[in-house]
Ligand binder design. Structure first.
Ligand SMILES: Nc1ncnc2c1ncn2[C@@H]1O[C@H](COP(=O)(O)OP(=O)(O)OP(=O)(O)O)[C@@H](O)[C@H]1O
Length: 327
């Protein structure tokens, strides 16, 4: 919890670092039981989260994301390796490390006995934030809950309850906020609202780390992405570099007459015909020029009516980095 010194975190940072989170060789093995063997959930994870980023932590079910978050939040003990939050090592300086991070959990476990304002005040007390320094109303305002400050929590909508969880994670003004599946099971409208909140927090200088199963969410929000798979980080880089590294682009070619057979294009690219008779071509931009594909299509006697390119997206990367590795 907070160290009670009231020192701004920027000044108090244990060492000058550009990283919000620095994880090296992190390991976690859950003890086995009579029925199940020990489980290696993290096998030596290295992860650097730049300050000021919106960082997406992706991975299939059971990859180890929650384990990693829970170690950072001080809820699970690591088996090996090291982790620092805002320059504070979680072993050497656990209080400052914990004061530097806010975690918004997956489940809505809103406390029905308190109003949002009371809930925030209690949370601030738990973190040792002195009364004079509490900003509960300001935080509620920031999250659009000002007029619900004195409402019964059970009367809040699902979206408001989620925002209240974010507010609670912010009471001690942590520079790093982790959102665990912030939009799981919410409708599109609420998801968009949540995205706006995340972007606003980011604009206010908060480093945001989020886990999500919605790849379009990571694509929309995050500037940096790590993919974790079977307890290892398989990639961690700026989103655009990650997508470019896939070296895969698609072309949609609409011919004058719908095609019935795939034309002979050699090994320039992969091609398939869509239901409407258009040709869908996949190629590696590092090896093949679009002009060569078009020449081959012309040579096959196909007249092109329309042409569009389709960029690879995070989903393609994710599939290659995770399921493409299995087996
Ligand atoms: N308390 C525990 N005891 C034993 N094994 C556990 C425990 N918690 C998690 N595991 C196992 O560790 C592995 C990683 O789990 P973790 O919850 O970190 O994955 P995750 O990436 O968060 O998955 P999800 O996306 O489904 O939440 C899984 O195989 C899981 O079954």
């Amino acid at each position: 919890m907070a160290d009670g010194q009231g020192a701004p975190l920027e000044q108090a940072s244990a060492k000058d670092t550009e990283w919000a989170i620095e994880v090296r060789g992190l390991k976690k093995t859950y003890a086995g039981t009579k029925k199940s063997p020990p489980k290696e959930a993290l096998n030596g994870v290295d992860l650097l989260v730049p300050r000021g980023s919106i960082f997406g932590l992706l991975g299939p079910n059971g990859a180890g994301k929650s384990t990693l978050i829970n170690i950072l939040a001080g809820l699970v003990n690591k088996t090996g390796g090291s982790a620092s939050i805002w320059g504070f090592d979680i072993d050497k300086n656990p209080r400052m490390a914990r004061a530097s991070i806010g975690v918004v959990p997956q489940e809505i476990n809103a406390d029905v006995f308190f109003t949002p304002l009371e809930g925030l005040e209690i949370q601030a007390g738990l973190y040792g934030v002195p009364k004079a320094e509490r900003r509960s109303m300001e935080i509620l305002k920031r999250l659009g809950l000002e007029d619900k400050a004195h409402a019964y929590v059970r009367m809040l909508s699902g979206g408001m309850k989620r925002r209240l969880l974010v507010a609670k994670a912010m009471v001690h003004s942590p520079p790093v906020l982790i959102l665990d599946e912030p939009t799981a099971g919410v409708d599109i409208e609420l998801r968009k609202q949540m995205w706006e909140q995340v972007l606003e927090l980011h604009e206010q200088g908060v480093t945001v780390i989020l886990t999500t199963h919605y790849l379009e969410e990571a694509q929309e929000l995050c500037d940096t992405i790590a993919i974790i798979h079977q307890g290892n980080v398989v990639t961690s880089q700026p989103k655009h570099e990650l997508i470019a590294s896939l070296d895969r682009k698609m072309l949609m070619i609409v011919p004058d007459e719908p095609l019935e057979n795939v034309p002979e294009l050699g090994d320039l690219c992969g091609a398939e015909i869509r239901e409407d008779g258009a040709l869908y071509v996949t190629y590696k931009p590092s090896q093949t020029r679009v002009a060569d594909i078009l020449n081959a299509i012309n040579a096959a006697g196909i007249h092109v009516k329309d042409l569009s390119t389709v960029e690879a997206d995070l989903e393609d990367v994710f599939m290659q980095m995770t399921y493409g590795r299995d087996g």
